[in-house]
Design a protein around this ligand. Structure first.
Ligand code: AMO
Length: 446
């Protein structure tokens, strides 16, 4: 291992020799002294080098000092360097009250002199150069937050006796709908990329696992270019047995989110307000619940008519109901419940009193849908009828229908888009900003 000290640990050291490595952020090349700001994954530090502009044969080491001075003058932004030198605490130094006086400097990899992106580059251009874009501290913070959030969810699941599953992403049939399905060649036949772990997380209920979760990729051949859609995204899924209705699923969902938000606020709250300018709020439980039909009435009263009466909430409707919930309950989340069966998949259980409704919900956060959940239909004859009603061929679903032919408890669960949660948590305008490498209709690289 090298002697390297990560920048954030420098402040705790006493004055003396250190080695640091990182990217050149800025160079101030003055006649008598040079300043370099070096950044690594943990922070930035100022390097200082008394400039030597010509060799003085009387002074020992002056040829080396000249070479170092010239190397600094030639440093391009983004080059990766390793420096040995003397750490000095000096409260006059604005950047953290420390600096490193350069003794030796090695250019490990020189960067091209022209940086292809700048702070004002378009999002598309930044995504073309994602590795450079991600060097900004704000970007790295997003993925530290994601790590903390996922870790807290996992901790919750482990504490509550869930089993983690990894379901296949190559499937013999569609899991959500025939639309938005990626078909791939599979030896002599065809396969489909999983749109959701839906069928296999339900299989775990028939297998007697009780409670399962998965965080994994999902694929949708969705040609839209909205700020909330990707063709590949990370889906956070849970499925639980022994429920009475979708209410049990909503309770799990809100507890899980509170655990995730608490961990993120505890660990990153200060940095979030510093870099994103927002105060992260941990939601209080219970989250408000509003049946969809009532939500539509509320939205209409506010002067917005959802274009088609039998339709789902559209994005403007979601914004309107979120504004109402914020004004009325001071809450950023709302469960819209009891969706019409006409706009829900075949596997949602219908309401026992009103078969035109389902025991299902969408979770809206800051005005955007982040999740869908439901109680599932577990009676196979009803399931077959509902599949036919939706134009699906029960023959293609035989493997799935078998799960329900050998005893299965009442169960339900949800799927939640990880990037959507992050986008809304950080008030970002697109999931492209919070997805490590975005995939969309016209983006397959890098
Ligand atoms: P649904 O299709 O509503 O439900 O998806 C669940 C959640 O996944 C996210 N999501 C997406 N994120 C980015 N790009 C997309 N193209 C995209 N499509 C969906 C959203 C959405 O709320 N099997 C059910 C879930 C369940 O009932 O358990 C399902 O997949 O955040």
């Amino acid at each position: 291992m090298s002697e390297r000290v990560v920048v954030k640990n420098l402040a705790a050291l006493s004055d003396g020799p250190v080695t640091v490595s990182g990217w050149v952020e800025t160079v101030r090349d003055q006649k008598k002294v040079q300043f370099v700001v070096l950044r690594d994954e943990s922070g930035a530090v100022q390097l200082v080098n008394p400039a030597v502009r010509e060799v003085d044969p009387e002074v020992e080491g002056s040829a080396e000092r000249l070479a170092t001075t010239e190397a600094i003058s030639a440093l391009a932004h983004g080059s990766f360097i390793t420096v040995t030198g003397e750490l000095k605490h000096d409260e006059r130094v604005k950047l953290g009250g420390i600096e490193v006086k350069v003794a030796t400097l090695e250019v490990v990899t020189a960067a091209n002199p022209e940086t292809p992106i700048a702070a004002d580059s378009s999002l598309d251009k930044r995504l073309d150069w994602r590795f450079l874009d991600l060097r900004q501290p704000k970007q790295a913070l997003i993925f530290r937050i994601q790590t903390t959030f996922e870790h807290a969810l996992r901790q919750y699941w482990i504490d509550n006796d869930f089993i983690e599953i990894h379901t296949p992403k190559l499937m013999a049939s569609a899991s959500e709908s025939r639309a938005e399905l990626f078909e791939v060649d599979y030896f002599e036949g065809k396969a489909y990329l999983a749109q959701s772990p839906q069928f296999f997380k339900q299989m775990a209920q028939s297998a007697g696992f009780g409670k399962v979760f998965e965080v994994g990729p999902a694929f949708r051949a969705d040609p839209s270019f909205t700020s909330r859609h990707a063709t590949e995204f990370t889906s956070v899924d849970a499925e639980i047995s022994w429920i009475e209705s979708h209410e049990d699923v909503m309770q799990l969902h809100e507890e899980l989110l509170v655990a995730g938000f608490t961990a993120v606020k505890d660990k990153h709250g200060e940095q979030i307000s510093e870099l994103f300018g927002i105060e992260l709020e941990v939601p209080s439980r219970p989250f408000p619940r509003i049946p969809l039909a009532e939500a539509k009435r509320i939205v209409a009263e506010r002067g917005y008519e959802i274009p088609r009466a039998d339709d789902d909430m559209d994005p403007e409707g979601e914004r309107q109901i979120a504004a109402y919930v914020k004004e009325t309950f001071g809450h950023d989340f709302v469960f819209l419940t009891d969706y019409a069966s006409s706009i829900r998949p075949f596997y949602h259980m219908r309401n026992a009193e009103d078969g035109s409704l389902t025991n299902s919900y969408d979770l809206i956060y800051n005005g955007v849908e982040i999740s869908t959940g439901a109680q599932r239909e577990h009676r196979v004859d009803v399931l077959v009828e509902q599949a036919k009603e939706k134009g699906l061929e029960p023959e293609e679903l035989e493997f799935y229908l078998d799960f329900f032919r050998y005893g299965v408890p009442a169960h339900g669960g949800f799927g939640m888009g990880l990037a959507r949660v992050l986008m809304l948590m950080l008030h970002e305008t697109s999931i492209r900003e919070v997805t490590y490498l975005f995939r969309g209709p016209t983006r397959l690289a890098p």
